[in-house]
Ligand binder design. Structure first.
Ligand SMILES: Cc1ncc(COP(=O)(O)O)c(C=O)c1O
Length: 355
């Protein structure tokens, strides 16, 4: 990054050129409906519209707010809440968004209660969420059929199954295909167990993320059955995924300003106004090029340069977040530059924030 824009900091700055490169790279491997981009990674309809431009029409969401916001903004044709909700008001808001916009809304269900609440709220389509090894949501594979039967009896369409193998996103590459295959075999078995009752509209086997999108070998009898991947982070990236051999580049930084420097016998350091209130910290400290990050506190990050130099007070510093999703959720706007070093040309609201 040559020059950073003159903005009040901390500020999210996005390179449109890098974003478009990431979207094009992914769309080459997983074109159109074979990718269901996860909007939780960016929470921004401005970015989702770019994903539509490269051919994707179906999207994954983590919150009812993301579903309703995408539908009301008219982005996409087919929205999946890949998560369970037991909030009747939010379920009804998603049903109303579907009715009023004509954009299809599908919700994940993993219990009789989530099925019954979806039907009661006026939703029409579900995916059976199957646990594929991550101790989070998802029914036991052997319960998928009875849940599908319950959904059908309640008048819902069962569009297929989903299973999120989040525990495998960062496993070493040489072990990844084997582990993803083992995890996906339970998802494929769950699909096969309910296909005779769910009928023609049951076609989806949805899984995956940025760390596994390349593991779904179309020629493999199990992995090739997964027909859509839910990757999200690939669009913007972060230092955790950046440490993996993935073909995506960092498209977004949190830009900070040096507010204090110190030079002592014990060493020198600089402090910027980017702290853990503007960074998702669950994957560890952020990264600054050619520097060592010492620590983050509420409003500060302290770092030193590898070559012993000291930045000047007022200098701009680009901070690469360790985890993109929670970082984005802390900010109201994304400042868009055509290329690194150029001035901001657009501001895209992070308009899908909150729940
Ligand atoms: C249900 C679900 N699908 C897919 C993903 C993949 O996202 P990413 O591309 O960030 O790995 C996530 C991430 O947490 C998720 O929760």
């Amino acid at each position: 990054m040559a020059r950073l824009p003159d903005l009040p900091t901390p500020a999210l700055v996005l390179s449109l050129e890098v974003l478009e490169r990431n979207l094009a790279t992914m769309a080459t491997t997983r074109p159109g409906a074979t990718l269901r981009p996860h909007v939780k990674a960016h929470k921004c309809t401005g970015i989702a519209r770019r994903q539509v431009e490269v051919g994707h029409r179906s999207f994954t969401c983590a919150t009812p707010r993301e579903v309703v916001g995408m539908a009301r903004a008219g982005v996409g044709k087919d929205l999946l809440l890949a998560n369970e909700s037991v909030d009747p008001h939010r379920l009804a808001a998603m049903a109303a968004a579907e009715r009023e916009t004509g954009i299809m809304v599908t919700v994940a269900v993993d219990s009789t209660m989530t099925v019954d609440l979806a039907a009661a709220a006026g939703l029409r389509h579900v995916l059976i969420d199957v646990n594929v090894g991550l101790p989070r949501c998802g029914c036991a594979p052997e319960d998928a059929r009875s849940l599908a039967q319950r959904a059908l009896a309640a008048g819902l369409t069962v569009r297929g199954v989903m299973g999120y193998e989040g525990h495998l996103m960062t496993v070493p590459e040489d072990d990844k295909p084997r582990k993803v295959k083992a995890s996906m075999s339970s998802l494929v078995e769950a699909f096969d167990s309910l296909i005779d009752v769910a009928g023609e509209e049951c076609r989806i086997i949805s899984a995956g993320g940025t760390g596994t999108y390349h593991a779904f070998d179309p020629d493999d009898p199990v992995l090739g059955r997964v027909n859509e991947v839910q990757a999200g982070s690939y669009a913007l990236m972060d230092s955790s995924y950046g440490a993996q051999p993935l073909p995506f580049e960092q498209a977004l930084y949190v830009v900070g300003t040096v507010i204090s420097t110190a030079s002592r016998d014990s060493g020198s350091w600089a402090v910027i106004d980017v702290g853990l209130k503007s960074l998702g910290m669950d994957h560890g400290n952020p990264h600054i090029d050619d520097a060592v990050v010492w620590f983050c506190s509420d409003e500060h990050t302290t770092f030193s340069m590898n070559d012993g130099s000291l930045p000047s007070i007022g200098d701009r510093v680009a901070v690469q977040p360790a985890h993109i999703d929670p970082t984005i959720a802390l900010h109201a706007d994304i400042h868009v530059v055509p290329r690194w070093g150029e001035a901001v040309t657009e501001v895209w609201p992070v308009d899908l924030r909150h729940w």
